[in-house]
Design a protein around this ligand. Sequence first.
Ligand code: FAD
Length: 496
Amino acid sequence: MQQSKKQKIVIAGGGTAGWIAAAAIAKQLGRVVDVELVESDQIGTIAVGEATIPPMRTFHHLLGIDEQEFMRETSATFKLGISFENWKDQNQDYIHSFGKTGQESFFADFHHFWLRGLQEGHTADFSEYSLELQAAKAGKFVKSKNPEINYAYHLDATAYAKFLRKYSEERGIKRTEGKISKVNKDMKTGNITSLELGSGKTITGDFFIDCTGFKGLLIEQSLHTGYEDWSHWLPCDSAYVVQTKSTGEVLPYTRSIAHQAGWRWNIPLQHRMGNGLVYCSQYLGHDEAKKLLVDSIEGEMITEPRLINFRTGRRLKAWNKNCVALGLSSGFIEPLESTSIHLITTGIIRFIRMFPQAGIIDSTVDEFNRQTKLEIEQLRDFIVLHYNVTNRQDSAFWNHCKNMQIPETLAHRIDLFKQNAQAMQIDGEMFRVDSWTQVMFGQGVIPESYHPIVHAMSAKELSAFLTNYRKQIQQVVEKLPTHQAFIDQYCKIPSK
Ligand SMILES: Cc1cc2nc3c(=O)[nH]c(=O)nc-3n(C[C@H](O)[C@H](O)[C@H](O)COP(=O)(O)OP(=O)(O)OC[C@H]3O[C@@H](n4cnc5c(N)ncnc54)[C@H](O)[C@@H]3O)c2cc1C
């Protein structure tokens, strides 16, 4: 079999997306391709994106990253889930944790057993059957395989890009600083041939990865790929962000607190808190939003509040010609479930798997785009669920969300769950039954019936099963160290 010549990949942009792409390619393809990353210090990065989901650990494992070093360098903390406050209704909270809830049987998920229990007088909340959720509530954490505790991280976005830059440069990635002023294309094929910098330097390549952020300098401004707008389902279009000093012990979860026209977040890092207020500008003015954020934060501000505008949706093709878009240039479904960095990692893994060593083949491009579309649509549905299934009627924004037409795929899932508690699962989907059920129950969806298989247990057996499972979780949680104590001994940042 013939091996083609060594290809050159040019990565445009050095935010989280650019350096994740560089690090992954350096590790997996470093011997067979040359890579150059161009970034502009003058433009800088978006410098948000600080909450993650558990698959990041697998990605780090693939890169051979040492967890303690990574956590110290990025001031990271552990994340067991997200606390959704005032989403179902004002003054009602629930946690979407990364844990399993209860023990399922081959034919029916655990929530069917819990629903029967409710009917038979068991009053314990669904949340009491998840170890991660209870540990989060108690502010506790430990790394454990038995019982397994599933977790992700909160991290400092700027420090993370720096950390991956060091990793990539140590593995041979070339970095060029400069502002791209022109994207050159081949007249015949339409492929990108080179990037011209303000300094006059030209960077040529065989393949280009667009990580230039929302503007999509290559994929959109040069290749005019097109964008599918999802603002009719995800109407928030703005965020004010600000960093504050920490106050008290760090929580092992993100807080997402709904307000009259969106929500705000608290992301606890070791040395500071990340805060942001996401909103729909049609229902809340920018000045009001800024005031709402400033009035709600607890610690002293260490940055000025900064406005970020966005449009939810996806790039029509993540791979077009000889260019793949990653990160914000490929689309954005808002940060509610911390899915953007995850999409960068799955995007680069997919690209490496389908790497066009022998030239670009249409079927490969089509398959890449098909998988990318499916993945982002599944995440979109999960996020739309949070907005749509609510009892809130206190503002025009929530009335809009409650009554909006939702994607058919999501409507189908909600129907299945409402009618007979079926939590539909698509192969390979990121958020599993445990996530869908925690959010459905958390937002107040109560099914009309459950699977009859649960009657294979007698009432006595079911009662013992539910009671013992819950007790075991309580016993484990009692013995766990606090999140703060675990961080202090495992990955504490050096005091400055
Ligand atoms: C409000 C908000 C909150 C978010 N929260 C989360 C979260 O909690 N979790 C999560 O997973 N994701 C979150 N995200 C998404 C996350 O921030 C991004 O996915 C991530 O930071 C990747 O950004 P990026 O690298 O694509 O873009 P950027 O960080 O914008 O980087 C763009 C890069 O391109 C360079 N560039 C641009 N133009 C040029 C040019 N002409 N010449 C040279 N270089 C250029 C810039 O200098 C920069 O290096 C959030 C996003 C927003 C808007």
